[in-house]
Design a protein around this ligand. Sequence first.
Ligand SMILES: NC(=O)c1ccc[n+]([C@@H]2O[C@H](COP(=O)([O-])OP(=O)(O)OC[C@H]3O[C@@H](n4cnc5c(N)ncnc54)[C@H](OP(=O)(O)O)[C@@H]3O)[C@@H](O)[C@H]2O)c1
Length: 245
Amino acid sequence: MKHVVVTGASSGIGAATARRLAQDGHRLSLGARRTDRLTGIATGALTHPLDVTRAESVARFVEAAIAAHGPIDVLVNNAGLARGVERIASATGEAWREMIETNILGVLEVTRRVLPAMVERNTGHIVMVGSLAGYESYEGGSVYCATKRGLRAITEALRYETLGQGIRVTSVDPGMVETEFSVVRFRGDEVRAKKVYTGMRPLSPDDVATCIAFALALPEHVNIDVIRVTPTDQASPGRVARKTS
Ligand SMILES: NC(=O)c1ccc[n+]([C@@H]2O[C@H](COP(=O)([O-])OP(=O)(O)OC[C@H]3O[C@@H](n4cnc5c(N)ncnc54)[C@H](OP(=O)(O)O)[C@@H]3O)[C@@H](O)[C@H]2O)c1
């Protein structure tokens, strides 16, 4: 059984992944800014503050994880967000920075802290939580889509950089998943967030956790490069079948 680190485990896909991997018997280290939300997700898990946009916070989190459960076997880079739907012409730029700092620089910071020990041990698995937004852009999503497309470039480079070193690299790229994602995007407007899923059945966080657990459970010589997973009702970011009743 493995030591799995999950970033952004306080909600949504990260929390569901933590629950699922605990059921599968793995040892877990869970990080997020809202630490109160981490307790009770998985018994025996380390829960520790983590802000992926702050290098010192990342360093402390990784140290605590290793102290609690030993060398890290799997890193699930899940922490991420979309903020706002402003078009480029009307944006202030603040939300752009937040998304780039979290979804790109945050992922890089955590990865660079965890990867060297994996390379040294000649084993490890880095899982990225990408998005369908990394394949096709939409109006009001320029920078969120850019971060997820950028993540694909980083994941591809990482696969090449670690080739021959026993490291697996997987990207799990979901379409619409009902989590707190839209509430965060709409800055706490829950009514507007709920409307995103009107008339269609989105993925659940557990559906995505199942994909992550699948990639982890395969033998060490099997690398799943990408799992692109969408609701049956969604074919692309803009093509969603909605029932009108
Ligand atoms: N929901 C979707 O439709 C969807 C689709 C495709 C991809 N995704 C991706 O899935 C991932 C998880 O999102 P979700 O849907 O589960 O949304 P969520 O319910 O809002 O969860 C996001 C998680 O990220 C954490 N996080 C955000 N900023 C952080 C930071 N600076 N440092 C540490 N943790 C941070 C949050 O924890 P704290 O706020 O407590 O720090 C929270 O646990 C994201 O990368 C997102 O882009 C989501």
